[in-house]
Ligand binder design. Structure first.
Ligand code: NAX
Length: 337
């Protein structure tokens, strides 16, 4: 573990974009690595965005933050990926109107292959990587495959926003604070096939901690509208705001990396897209799939042995099938290059 005196080198890509605008402030004021850990923030974006990125650098400077030692803004991978402790890969090719899903995947495979190779070549072998840019799970897999000298366990993708959405939906329904809902799970892909699962979740209501099914007393909502609301929340935010989720995405990124860094509380788990080795819950190997994980000493571990009913198993398989499809298409693109 890096000592307090030594600054951590943290990269955020897509740094001129809207998620980064909220995220950089959270990181730079100590929400992720603590208020005593000094930081070097490295910001990567594409060349046409450099003037915008320059404005972000000015604002970070103007925050006069005590732990921010240095800010480096660049459009060059060799500079961005050098000696990293943590890489948060937010930037990706957005889906434009009329664009086929396959074309989007192709453009992103190219970006994440190149960034994976840059991690391999320039970053520390201990670098922790979080992929946010969509399709996040498959982008993460491609980055990992392109960085053979870095352990697969160091590559994760963001499903914490979905996790937080599920936690909050239950809390709102029960009229309790979000912190009183624990151990919800997002299984699978960060897409509309994801399975938000509260079979193992607990809620504290009037001082008593009970299962969420018992607390809510409405199985048809939990098996119906609750699931679709979480699955489609991103689209609902876009419809309302005319922009995609940014504040909540940045908060979820902070939650994900902070828990990876400092660990989860005893008896609690969180959702993270991590590599499947084929031994957990019948999910095929070689996918970045969102599982419940507990974290200790900066290592995540999948929570094993949760009982899975037929309803859940079917949903877990559906989202795994989608990921297999995405992976196979992405690998075809790579081999045909
Ligand atoms: P923006 O379009 O505001 O910003 C993206 C930034 O990435 C732009 O500044 C762009 O120039 C940059 N970029 C593009 N290609 C790049 C490259 N090769 N290297 C470095 N930078 C590059 O998008 P924003 O709203 O910030 O969202 C960023 C990504 O997060 C999108 O792919 C989005 O779909 C994804 N999301 C993923 C979530 C998750 O839970 N996994 C939730 C939130 C978000 O929707």
């Amino acid at each position: 573990m890096v000592g307090i005196a030594e600054p951590l080198r943290v990269l955020v890509t897509g740094a001129a974009g809207q998620i980064a605008y909220s995220l950089l402030f959270g990181i730079a004021k100590g929400d992720v690595f603590g208020k005593d850990q000094s930081l070097i923030l490295v910001l990567l974006d594409i060349t046409p965005m450099m003037p915008v990125l320059n404005g972000v650098v000015m604002e970070l400077e103007d925050c006069a933050l005590p732990i921010l030692k240095e800010v480096i803004a660049t459009d060059k991978e060799a500079e961005a990926f050098k000696d990293l402790d943590v890489a948060i890969l937010v930037g990706s090719m957005p889906r434009r109107e009329g664009m086929e899903r396959k074309d989007l995947l192709k453009a992103n495979v190219k970006i994440f292959k190149s960034q994976g190779a840059a991690l391999d070549k320039y970053s520390k072998k201990t670098v922790k990587v979080l992929v946010v840019g969509n399709p996040a799970n498959t982008n993460c897999l491609i980055a990992s495959k392109s960085a053979s000298s870095i352990p697969k366990e160091n590559f994760t993708c963001l499903t914490r926003l979905d996790h937080n959405r599920a936690q909050s939906q239950i809390a709102v329904r029960l009229g309790i604070p979000a912190k009183d809902v624990k151990n919800v799970i997002i299984w699978g892909n960060h897409s509309s096939t994801q399975f938000p699962d509260v079979n193992h979740a607990k809620a504290t209501v009037k001082g008593k901690t009970i299962g969420v099914y018992e607390a809510v007393q409405d199985d048809s909502w939990l098996k119906g509208d609750f699931i679709t609301t979480v699955q489609q929340r991103g689209a609902a935010v876009i419809k309302a705001r005319k922009l995609s989720s940014a504040m909540s995405a940045a908060k979820a990124i902070c939650d994900h990396v902070r828990d990876w860094w400092f660990g989860t509380h005893e008896g609690e788990f969180v959702s993270m897209g991590v590599i499947s080795d084929g031994n957990s819950y019948g999910i095929p190997e070689d996918l970045i799939y969102s599982f419940p994980v507990a974290i200790k000493n900066q290592s995540w571990k999948i929570i094993e042995g949760l009982p899975i009913d037929d309803f859940s198993r079917e949903k877990m398989k559906l989202t795994a099938d989608e990921l297999v499809d995405e992976r196979d298409t992405a690998l075809q693109f790579i081999s045909s290059e």
